[in-house]
Design a binder for this molecule. Structure first.
Ligand code: CP
Length: 321
């Protein structure tokens, strides 16, 4: 697949996060995804790029968008695919992550896509198996392909991220999406504002390349993009806010609040949505929403990532010969 920036050499056989990628590398993934987007518009939605390669989706946490998007992306590139699920595997008998991965590798896998509740699990795998590893979300750390599809969606709508103001709203503390978004967006030139109650801000927030606001009302009129996060009830300990109604009152993206926003503001959400809590249905389904475009773009972005890690692995193997 031809890319716009041909002089650039991609050499990462793993995608573990965006923190350590440069703006040039992120842009290269987005440009590659742009090429792959065309495949999904053809009558025959297939390219042979990964023919003969075996991809395994190893999801230790539930997923609708990410898992199916990777499945579709692998299938569009003609790869073979194993769908591993924790519930129906020997993990329930006590088999470790590394033993599980090594046994799958013994069947000849080329690429592992892993989602795990423990931060660092994808990195651990990358150090212990030969296959390429793609992080599909690890603990509170990173969700790189979500952020890539988010910046792809913004770039498509606005042309560039340079100079844009982006509010990321809600449960920042428990959000790997917020962290990966922050790295991708700031590297591409956007200004990121974390918005939420103090109890849902990460402890290290002062050291991050963002500004912080505790008032969505003050921020909403200034921003070009608002990315609303899901309240992750499954990860919350204690009572980070007095009641769901109070949270909605101060931080919900409501029709009323949207009246103060720029007319061309982009409304984003990684999904799944708690409708009526962090965002009202009229806003989630309204004219400024690109929530379903995010999902559509995720397939092309994941095709690009699968393609690039495989290409880097092949190049590294040839170098060693
Ligand atoms: N955005 C996201 O990661 O959604 P899923 O949990 O459904 O994969």
């Amino acid at each position: 697949m031809a890319s716009k920036t041909k002089q650039f050499e991609w050499n990462h056989k793993h995608l573990l996060g965006l923190r350590d990628l440069s703006a040039e590398e992120i842009t290269y993934i987005l440009d590659t995804a742009q090429g792959f987007e065309q495949i999904s518009k053809r009558a025959v939605k297939k390219a042979p790029a990964l023919r003969g390669k075996l991809v395994v989706n190893m999801f230790f946490e539930d997923s609708t968008r990410t898992r199916n998007s990777f499945t579709l992306a692998a299938s569009r590139l003609s790869a073979d695919l194993i769908e591993f699920t924790k519930k129906s595997s020997s993990v329930s008998k006590g088999e470790t992550l590394l033993d599980t991965a090594r046994n799958l590798e013994a069947m000849g896998i080329d690429i592992v896509v892993i989602r795990h509740g423990a931060g660092g699990a994808p990195k651990l795998l990358s150090k212990n198996i030969n296959a390429c590893v793609i992080n599909a979300g690890d603990g509170f750390c990173e969700h790189p392909t979500q952020a890539l599809l988010d910046v792809y969606t913004i770039r498509k709508a606005k042309g560039s991220l340079k100079g844009l103001k982006v509010a990321i709203v809600g449960d920042i503390a428990h959000s790997r999406v917020a962290r990966s978004n922050m790295w991708a967006m700031t590297k591409l030139g956007a200004e990121v504002i974390f918005v939420g109650p103090p109890t849902l801000m990460p402890g290290e927030v002062d050291r991050l390349p963002v500004t912080v606001s505790y008032s969505l009302d003050e921020v909403i009129e200034k921003v070009d993009v608002v990315n609303v996060l899901r309240i992750q009830f499954e990860r919350l300990g204690g009572n980070p806010f007095p009641s769901v109604r109070e949270y909605s009152h101060y931080f919900g993206l409501t029709v009323e609040r949207m009246k103060k926003a720029k007319p061309d503001i982009l409304v984003m959400h990684p999904g799944p949505i708690n409708r009526g809590l962090e965002i009202e249905s009229e806003v989630a389904d309204g004219p400024n929403s690109v929530i379903l475009e995010q999902v559509t773009n995720g397939v092309a972005v994941r095709m690009a990532v699968l393609f690039l890690v495989n290409q880097a692995a092949a190049a590294q193997k040839n170098l060693k010969l």
